[in-house]
Design a protein. Structure first.
Length: 276
């Protein structure tokens, strides 16, 4: 009886992997939607704890509203990657080389992250808040980059899309993930502005992955972006650096828009015989 039960399970796993190996934009969309639904569903489990928190800027609030939910998202993504055998692929060198101009994406994002970090009133924020945001940033960078620059890019390349399509679709799906902020009470205007920024930030993260040859680069860049922006917005230090840091969104959007005209290339998908 145990053998009979084991055989269908093996066949189901094989069919599951074959389904995702075919790639395609609609499978990428399905993956992102399912992740979004599961992530938000698991976040609801923390509602009883969240209702006990009075200060939304406290370390406890950051842990409950950001760090723990995104950590659960990381677990979901690792489980999916393991189920389809893609985890080793994600951290291998990129199958297509980048161009020298793509380093500008890293410089732009890193420059304004540093400016944000230098214009934070760390005394007002406190060690616990800063440390918790940095922890949350690591989880956010890992989850959102593995999902969009990892799995989504992989799915698009497996179906033979040109790299401009890969960049556009992965950035668009990354941007749409942030539409969920409407559910937390964020205004429609603020969310719309955020969607525009996150789309072009996604383009910059794609370029960072291309030019460095590894997904680790966008993970680390992204991990430093969210904490630096949120901390500087909540605990701004006096001085001129804050004004310069505030130009970061405009710089990212401007460069991302220009970069779209120069993205070239295509990754040849493996033949069916060569698929794992």
């Amino acid at each position: 009886m145990s053998d009979d039960l084991a055989q269908p399970t093996a066949r189901q796993q094989s069919a599951w992997r074959r389904f995702w190996e075919k790639g395609g934009w609609w499978r990428a969309l399905v993956l992102v939607v399912v992740y979004f639904a599961l992530y938000n569903g698991l976040s609801l489990l923390l509602t009883p704890i969240a209702s006990q928190i009075d200060d939304p800027q406290s370390a406890e609030a950051i842990l409950v509203f950001y760090a723990i939910p995104v950590f659960m998202g990381c677990v979901l993504l690792v489980a999916f990657g393991a189920s389809v055998g893609w985890l080793p692929q994600l951290f291998r060198p990129q199958p297509i080389r980048g161009r020298g101009w793509m380093w500008i994406a890293i410089v732009v994002v890193l420059l304004f992250n540093v400016l944000h970090l230098l214009s934070i009133d760390y005394g007002a924020a406190g060690f616990e808040v800063v440390a918790t945001w940095l922890l949350a940033g690591v989880f956010i960078g890992f989850a959102e980059e593995v999902l969009t620059r990892g799995f989504v890019v992989n799915l698009l390349r497996k179906s033979g899309n040109r790299e401009i399509v890969v960049a556009l679709v992965s950035a668009a799906l990354f941007s749409l993930l942030h539409a969920g902020n409407l559910l937390s009470g964020q205004s429609l205007l603020a969310t719309g502005i955020q969607l525009v920024y996150t789309f072009f930030f996604g383009i910059c993260m794609y370029l960072a992955m291309r030019v460095t040859g590894t997904i680790i680069a966008p993970i680390l860049l992204h991990a430093s972006t969210d904490p630096s922006i949120f901390l500087q917005a909540t605990y701004p230090a006096e001085g001129p650096l804050g004004a310069f840091a505030g130009l970061g969104n405009i710089a990212v959007i401007a460069f991302g828009l220009i970069a779209l005209f120069f993205i070239r290339g295509r990754v040849t998908p493996p033949t069916d015989a060569a698929r794992p």
